[in-house]
Design a protein around this ligand. Sequence first.
Ligand SMILES: NC(=O)c1ccc[n+]([C@@H]2O[C@H](COP(=O)([O-])OP(=O)(O)OC[C@H]3O[C@@H](n4cnc5c(N)ncnc54)[C@H](OP(=O)(O)O)[C@@H]3O)[C@@H](O)[C@H]2O)c1
Length: 197
Amino acid sequence: MRAFIVDRYRKKGALRLGEMPEPALRDDDVLVEIHAAGLNLLDSKVRDGEFKLILPYRPPFILGHDVAGTVVRVGSKVRRFKPSDEVYARPRDGRVGTFAEFIAVNEADLALKPKNLSMEEAASIPLVGLTAWQVLVERAGLRKGQKVLIHAGSGGVGTFAIQLAKHLGATVATTASAANTAMVKALGADVIIDYRS
Ligand SMILES: NC(=O)c1ccc[n+]([C@@H]2O[C@H](COP(=O)([O-])OP(=O)(O)OC[C@H]3O[C@@H](n4cnc5c(N)ncnc54)[C@H](OP(=O)(O)O)[C@@H]3O)[C@@H](O)[C@H]2O)c1
């Protein structure tokens, strides 16, 4: 299959479009044909070698943490998905590689794509969505009526976090540059602070 490959860790190094073997399917894996992949800051940091100590991917490897696509095949133990299901995912660390034609994803890392989202929209969500969920829901236990300050509300994580915090019933203050005031207000922020002033 074709994929964008990291041949060696290098700051700002270009990816190579080349051939890689189709991923092997484990019993609890789902083979996904990739329709859209999200590009995240984390991908450039991995490529630069900044994460080598915690995420020791050995070149040549395929980058990419966000994916939306269609199920092609499922492993023998998979129960929740079947061929032709539309899905999206943030594959677990050690098994990333969404800048390709196919990826094998553990069933537990996969969800059905909401029907009202395009493949491109769905592929933009998993990593930033999980980051916002982990901090606001799992770590902070944010509840209705509480107040929360979200720094960098205009960024990839921030735009999702503002909406999630509002959905949970919190009052949201956020920092952003003046140019993005209207955008974060439209997402639901109650108090907007220009971090430059
Ligand atoms: N992306 C992920 O999935 C992910 C996961 C885990 C952790 N993180 C971490 O979360 C942070 C944000 O990541 P991101 O992907 O959301 O980045 P991003 O999309 O590049 O957004 C960064 C935002 O930071 C804002 N900003 C710049 N200087 C600021 C300042 N002094 N005070 C407040 N805001 C400032 C910018 O706002 P303006 O454009 O309005 O100037 C920009 O929108 C990073 O530290 C990243 O390492 C990200």
